[in-house]
Structures are given as C-alpha cells and as structure tokens.
Design a protein around this ligand. Structure first.
Ligand code: ADP
Ligand code: ASP
Ligand code: MG
Length: 414
C-alpha cells in the first residue's frame, strides 16, 4: 500500500458530472489499496471570471485581496469534490492550502512555498480519509492567504508529493499527456511517453502550459517523479524523470509557443559598463520578468538592446523605461506588441548539430520572418508575428518529423 497524490485541473472538474467522475476515480484508487491525497483546481473559467470581477471593482486591486479572492475558486471546487466522494459512500474532507500546512513567503500572487507541515493530512490519512487539498494557495507567515502563480495547483501537487514522500504523483488534465506540441495547434502532435525534467522545464517555460514551469522546477530539485495523464481516459500518459532512457537519441523533443508577447528595443545604448545593469535593475525592481535578451555588437560606440516580456506587462515596463532612456544616454525606445515566441526543445541538441539551420530554413520556406533569436544548450527560440505562430508551429513540427507515427497498414496479400 502506497500514497498517491492526484491533481485534477480546471477542465477535469469543470462541471458536476466531471466532479463525480473525479470522485469515482479517487475512490477507485483508494479501494485498490492506496492512501489518496487529491489536489483540486478551480472549475474551468472560475479564476478568469474572478479576475474580471475584481477589475470591475478596481483598476488596480490590491494583490493581498486578489489572493483572498482567487483562492476561493480552488476552495469551492475542493469542497464540491469532497461532497461527491461522500455521496458515493466514501470518506473525504477538503482542506484549504493553509489548513493543509502549506506555508509560503509573503509575495502575493506569486508566492513561493517555504515549507509544508503535513501533520493534519497525515492524521486524516491514518483515519482512512481521502484528503482533498485546494490547489494554488498557501498561507504567509503573518496568516494571509497567498497564491502560487497561474497554473499553481501543479506546484501544490508536486510539493505535497515531496513533503508526504508519496509513492506516485499523477497530474490529471484535459489532454493525454505532454505532446510534441500543443495538440490544439498541431493536431498530429505525438504524445511523449517519457520526458526529462530539463526538457519539460524548457517547454513549460516557453509556453507549453500543460505543466506550470515552477512545478517542474520543484520536481527536478526534489526528484519528484510524476505523470501527466488524461482525466477523461484510463490510459498512461507522460512520465517526467531525471534521465529517461535514450534521452540523447531524440534531437528535438517538442515545440512550444507563447502568444501575447511584446518586443522592446532600447536603441543607441552607450557601449560602456553599467548601462544594461541600470536598465534591468529597474525592470526587476518592478517584479517584471523578461526573456530573450539580445544585444547587438557595437561598431559605433552604441548598441541596441532588445528583450521580450508578456504584453500585459508592457505598459508598466514602458513607464519605467522611458525616463531611463534619457538617463543612460540611449537614443530611443521602440516596441512591438502582437508578437509570439516559438521554441524548439531537446536534450539531444547538446550532441547533434544542425537544429538551428533546419529551423531557420523551415521558417524561411514558410515565409515567416524572424525578429529575434536566442539559444540555450537545449533550446532555440525565435520571436515572430503572432498572426503567423500556428502556421510556423505546424511547419516546424513537420520539418523535425515529430508527427505521430501512424501504424503502417499491412501489405495487401498477392
Ligand atoms: P489544467 O486545467 O488541467 O491544469 P491546462 O489548461 O493548464 O490544464 O493545461 C493543459 C493544456 O495545455 C492543454 O489543453 C493543451 O492545449 C495545452 N498544451 C500546450 N502545450 C502542450 C503540450 N506540449 N502538450 C500537451 N498540452 C499542451
Ligand atoms: N486556478 C488557477 C489558475 O487558473 C490555478 C490552477 O488552475 O492551477 O491559474
Ligand atoms: Mg494548468
């Protein structure tokens, strides 16, 4: 008998019928001889709906109150799931993140888990309860409700699996696992059976929202093995591990896309020590995170410095940077919204050449213009117009031969 943590995402608890299905799976898991801890997300659309309501109250609602509000989505879905288990004859209790012992720092809306005291969960498990924990939330040292960033129920599940030393952690979602690309964009994308933390981390960080990247980071740090699988089927999904077999044989594992980006260029930045430091200190001071920082080689004593950030953060970034342009002696700030990132990821890139040339040639043939390029050891990312992102993803997916290998039909007998 072991302990299993199962996490169910928003679509998986999207209506009463689906919640009943989740309850039945939790009970079946318990009846097969396991202790069960479930982590439940808000019902599909609820978090977005609450954010919209908050904006109707205030253009800039306090982050503390946003957390208090958004945490209710997970709390109600957890209580409903516990009711459904009990109605099926099982024994379940729901706990808020705070009651489950999840303690975070005090950074509202993107809090970090500092520790988990699972005493109450362990006591309830010992009494044969299915313990249902509201995902995405914790409590700061001064007792305020905090949330863990969008998609944060994944992190709740991984962190609980680590704290409880669970034997398995299953992330149930609305697709069959992690695919070579978002299957809603590339229908012929293939399901990946095993993936390395590093690959999933790069894919998630580059926009594949199937797992929250912070959750994958946590799993990697604490060696939590987990499986991403469908809540609508009874089939195995994708197992995330430190080192899957034959890892380096696969050059490109997947393609990620991230929409709603803005590209900012500070032109004519003096080529002397300290300028980049001033610019990015100001940005990080406002808690903005940027990506794809690219600086041109300087031939005239000045350089252009470009980076991307989420389009929603652009207004704040511009407010901070405009005065800095003059202060550092740069000539101008230009920006382009409506851009997207396309990233090609694979650990095999460490040992195989030619990925960049194949990607750029493929985009060229598709008539897609590349606006920025950045690379890491296992990722090549480009910025392109958002209007072209789906076409570019489909062409790239085909160019790297990632499509599902359909069974070859048997040869007709003579
Ligand atoms: P949940 O509500 O279960 O947490 P999410 O909506 O956060 O689910 O994540 C699942 C979605 O992630 C899928 O519906 C799919 O459209 C999207 N997705 C993006 N990239 C990928 C990928 N590479 N593999 C699988 N799903 C992906
Ligand atoms: N409900 C939260 C969100 O929509 C957390 C989660 O679903 O994991 O981001
Ligand atoms: Mg999610």
């Amino acid at each position: 008998m072991g302990l299993i943590v199962q996490k169910y995402g928003g679509t998986s608890v999207g209506n009463a019928e689906r919640i009943r299905k989740v309850a039945a799976r939790l009970l079946a898991t318990q009846r097969s001889g396991h202790n069960v801890v479930a982590v439940i997300s808000a019902m599909a659309g609820v978090t977005d709906g609450l954010i919209k309501l908050a904006r109707e109250m205030s253009a800039e609602p306090s982050e503390r109150e946003m957390d208090a509000l958004l945490a209710t989505g997970e709390q109600s879905a957890s209580a409903l799931t516990a009711m459904a288990v009990n109605a099926l004859g099982g024994k379940a209790v729901s706990l808020s993140g705070a009651a489950a012992g999840i303690v975070t720092d005090g950074v509202h809306t993107k809090a970090k888990i500092s520790h988990i005291s699972p005493r109450q969960i362990n006591e309830l498990l010992a009494e044969d309860y299915i313990v249902i924990v509201a995902g995405f939330q914790g409590q700061s040292p001064d007792g305020a409700i905090t949330t863990l960033g969008r998609g944060g129920s994944d992190l709740t599940a991984i962190a609980l699996a680590a704290a409880l030393k669970a034997d398995d952690c299953q992330i149930f979602t609305d697709v069959d696992g992690v695919f070579s690309c978002d299957p809603r964009v590339v229908p012929e994308a293939s399901k990946i059976d095993e993936i390395a933390y590093d690959e999933l981390l790069e894919m998630a960080g580059a926009g594949a929202k199937v797992m929250q990247s912070r959750a994958v980071e946590f799993a990697k740090k604490f060696g939590v093995g987990f499986e991403v699988r469908s809540s609508l089927k009874d089939a195995s999904g994708t197992k995330a591990r430190a080192t899957p077999a034959h890892m380096e044989d696969v050059v490109v594992r997947g393609i990620s896309l991230e929409r709603n980006q803005a590209k900012v260029t500070i032109c004519g930045v003096p080529d002397r020590p300290g300028c980049a430091g001033m610019i990015f200190t100001a940005i990080s001071g406002a808690n903005l995170s940027v990506d794809m920082i690219v600086q041109n080689a300087s031939s005239t004593g000045t350089t252009d410095l470009s980076f991307t950030l989420p389009q929603d953060d652009f207004a704040l970034a511009e407010k901070i940077l405009r005065p800095l342009v003059t202060e550092v002696g740069a000539s101008d700030l230009t920006a382009k919204t409506g851009v997207a990132k396309l990233s090609v990821v694979g650990i095999g890139m460490r040992s195989h050449a030619g990925v960049a040339s194949r990607l750029f040639a493929c985009l060229g043939e598709a008539g897609v213009n590349i606006q920025l390029i950045s690379t890491s050891e296992i990722k090549i990312a480009v910025v392109i117009d958002e209007a072209e992102i789906e076409r570019a993803a489909q062409a790239t997916h085909a160019a790297f031969g990632l499509a599902q290998r359909r069974p070859v039909p048997p040869a007709a007998s003579a």
